[in-house]
Ligand binder design. Structure first.
Ligand SMILES: Nc1ncnc2c1ncn2[C@@H]1O[C@H](COP(=O)(O)OP(=O)(O)OP(=O)(O)O)[C@@H](O)[C@H]1O
Ligand SMILES: [Mg+2]
Length: 405
């Protein structure tokens, strides 16, 4: 229900009451005054007045003058002009001064006034709604701006943190690299320094072996020789590893015959296979030779390492087979054994230096660096090394090298 307060301004009492009645019937709250001056005072006192229905011709202050006063006092109250036909030009001026509508006093005034008031009420409502929507929008915009600002601040903080962390990580990486380099250099010089006296120990033990010794003394010298050789082997491997790690490994690639290398390796490993009573075979015929462009000595070192493992970690009466497979652009060399096989977890560890799994508790000799050296050497040759293994059945170590480079 509309409860807008309407002020009717007319010097004619009859007209005022007539209009008040019409508007009150339409549920508006109506106030009436008889002059422009009173209307001005009323508007100043009563802020609830939403519409003014205004007569044009009045003594003291006519309708147009009141509109101008209202404008200069910055009252934004919509005004409906009610005028006789003789005042049309004044009404037009009133409209140009901001009046909302003008109506001619006459027969249909009841209908036209209600229509005009309703229109203005509707318009004002929409204006108010628009204003509130604009306010909502403004508030949302300001919230959004706040959020954006916060987001930006958080992003800046995050970026600063990432920068700090990256710098800390870089510093830590540098320290780790330096420490690793220092370790490698230490290992390299230590192994080198150890090798000379070790060779002397072995040399003198060998001379002692030919002296006239008692059986016990002979056994003791033999112990020195066995342990010394093992130690020298270990020193050599550590030296190899540190040489590779420090980047001092030379790779000399030449065209080489794969068959020739494999046959050589099989020959070199035969005494060991005999000692462990393991059957070794290769599935290579001289007719299918393959030319590789690689470092012959490094490749031989890797194959012998893998063959010696396949023999050492085999079971009684087991066997080792060497074969190869041609893939697209690469060759795969496979060393398959009938040993104990390894679990996935064990396979993941064996290429780490000094990792011997449970072999460290066995009588099988080894230092746990063979496979890590193999991995580094194959990497330096531009290839890869991997293992496929089934516990209880055996393992297949394979290396892949490019056929083109
Ligand atoms: N063919 C294999 N079958 C089963 N276990 C193996 C095989 N080859 C290697 N392993 C396991 O992986 C470990 C690491 O092998 P790696 O060759 O690096 O060292 P190692 O043989 O113990 O010593 P070395 O440095 O003398 O070679 C071995 O100790 C052994 O436990
Ligand atoms: Mg080994």
């Amino acid at each position: 229900m509309d409860t807008e307060k309407i002020l009717v301004v007319d010097d004619d009492l009859f007209a005022r009451e007539f209009l008040a009645e019409i508007l009150a019937e339409d549920n508006y709250v109506v106030e009436t005054v008889g002059s422009g001056k009173l209307a001005l005072t009323k508007c100043r006192e009563d802020k609830q007045i939403k519409i003014i229905v205004l007569d044009m011709n009045m003594p003291e202050m006519n309708g147009l003058e009141l509109i101008k006063e209202l404008n200069s006092a910055d009252f934004k109250i919509p005004v409906i002009i009610l005028t006789g036909s003789e005042d049309i030009s004044m009404a037009v001026e009133a409209i140009s001064n901001g009046a909302s509508d003008y109506l001619l006093k006459g027969e249909n005034v009841q209908e036209t006034i209600l229509h005009s008031v309703r229109k203005i009420v509707e318009k004002e409502k929409m204006k108010a709604e628009n204003l509130s929507l604009m306010e909502d929008l403004r508030q949302n915009n300001s919230k959004l701006a706040d959020l954006n600002q916060k987001l930006k601040e958080e992003q800046d903080q995050l970026e600063a943190k990432v920068e700090q962390r990256t710098a800390a990580l870089l510093a830590a990486k540098n320290i780790a690299e330096k420490a690793n380099q220092a370790k490698t250099e230490f290992m390299s010089s230590m192994s080198h320094e150890l090798r000379t006296p070790m060779n002397a120990v072995l040399g003198f033990a060998q001379i002692l072996e030919y002296e006239d010794l008692t059986e016990d003394q002979h056994d003791s010298v033999n112990e020195i020789l066995v342990a010394g050789k093992h130690l020298l082997e270990l020193i050599n491997k550590v030296l190899d590893l540190s040489k590779i790690e420090s980047g001092h490994l030379d790779v000399n690639k030449h065209p080489v015959s794969l068959t020739a290398i494999i046959k050589e390796c099989m020959l070199l490993i035969r005494p060991m296979a005999k000692k462990y009573q393991i059957k070794t075979t290769d599935e290579i015929t001289p007719y299918e030779d393959i030319e590789l462009h690689t470092d012959k000595f490094l490749l031989k070192q890797v194959v012998i390492n893998l063959l010696s493992n396949a023999i050492k970690y085999n079971k009684k009466d087991g066997s080792v087979t060497l074969s190869f497979e041609k893939l697209v652009g690469r060759i795969r060399i496979k060393i398959t054994d009938t040993g104990r096989g390894l679990t996935e977890e064990q396979c993941a560890k064996i290429f780490q230096p000094f990792e011997r799994l449970d072999a460290k508790n066995s009588t099988i000799e080894g230092s746990g660096v063979g496979l890590s050296i193999c991995k580094q050497l194959v990497g330096a040759m531009g290839g890869l090394i991997a293992i496929e293994s089934t516990p209880g059945v055996g393992s297949c170590f394979y290396l892949e090298l490019s056929l083109t480079a």
